[in-house]
Design a binder for this molecule. Structure first.
Ligand code: ADP
Ligand code: MG
Length: 213
């Protein structure tokens, strides 16, 4: 099966759908401790990527990630635009021409997340998207080391993403706009952690669905 033409358009659609379905909730999160524009920024980026869906699905993963990253950088704006853009561009750089098995993907994703950490000058525990991305990268690497079965791996990734998102509720933000609120940032889930979780769960569901066909 030609993987990319099947997977990529489905992933883009699933991501657009989940962000649309949760738009109000995420906007409320960003309004509580940010400026409320996160969903608008993200949807602008998703629409621009969606418009290139056919073109993207003809590329290999490295070229597709590069184009997705550049598109997000050019269209999204906000802190999240440069961070999500960096994630994809760095994944592209890390992937060379290696075949995309689980071990390679886990390493490539981990490099992308490292680049986001550098770009945002942020670590785990600072109430950002990284509190989802870092544990997901770790769980993928663990799954690769254990040669985990795909259904277990996907279930685990989704579970870890949700736990990471939830964990931001009790954190004090030390990066981004929410950090201006200091202690008052506590009690709210971070918007970028929420959208990262939603997108990762949507991708996991698509992989599961395609793998069952
Ligand atoms: P802005 O904060 O510029 O309005 P968005 O609202 O689109 O941008 O995105 C905000 C999200 O970006 C936050 O919820 C957080 O997850 C993430 N974020 C902000 N700053 C950083 C950072 N320095 N490192 C990692 N993630 C960050
Ligand atoms: Mg914002």
């Amino acid at each position: 099966m030609q993987i990319i033409p099947v997977l990529l358009p489905k992933m883009i659609e699933a991501i657009a759908d989940t962000i649309e379905q949760n738009a109000e909730e995420v906007t409320a999160l960003d309004q509580a401790i940010g400026d409320g524009d996160h969903v608008i920024n993200l949807q602008r980026g998703i629409e621009a990527v969606r418009a290139k869906s056919t073109e993207l699905s003809r590329l290999d993963w490295a070229a597709a990630w590069q184009k997705i990253g550049m598109t997000l950088l050019a269209t999204m704006g906000g802190a999240s635009g440069s961070l999500f853009g960096t994630l994809f561009i760095s994944m592209s750089k890390a992937s060379d021409e290696q075949p995309l098995d689980l071990k390679t993907f886990a390493a490539v994703f981990a490099e992308g997340v490292e680049a986001v950490k550098k770009r945002g000058k942020a670590q785990a525990g600072e109430k950002t998207m990284l509190d989802v991305l870092i544990p997901v990268a770790e769980s993928l690497q663990q799954a690769a080391a254990d040669s985990a079965a795909l259904p277990d791996l996907l279930e685990n990734v989704s579970r870890v993403a949700i736990a990471g998102m939830e964990s931001t509720r009790d954190m004090v933000a030390t990066k981004g706009r929410a950090s201006f609120l200091e202690e008052r940032s506590k009690g709210h889930i971070d918007a970028g952690a929420k959208t990262s979780q939603l997108m990762i769960c949507a991708i996991a569901d698509v992989v599961k669905e395609v793998a069952q066909q």
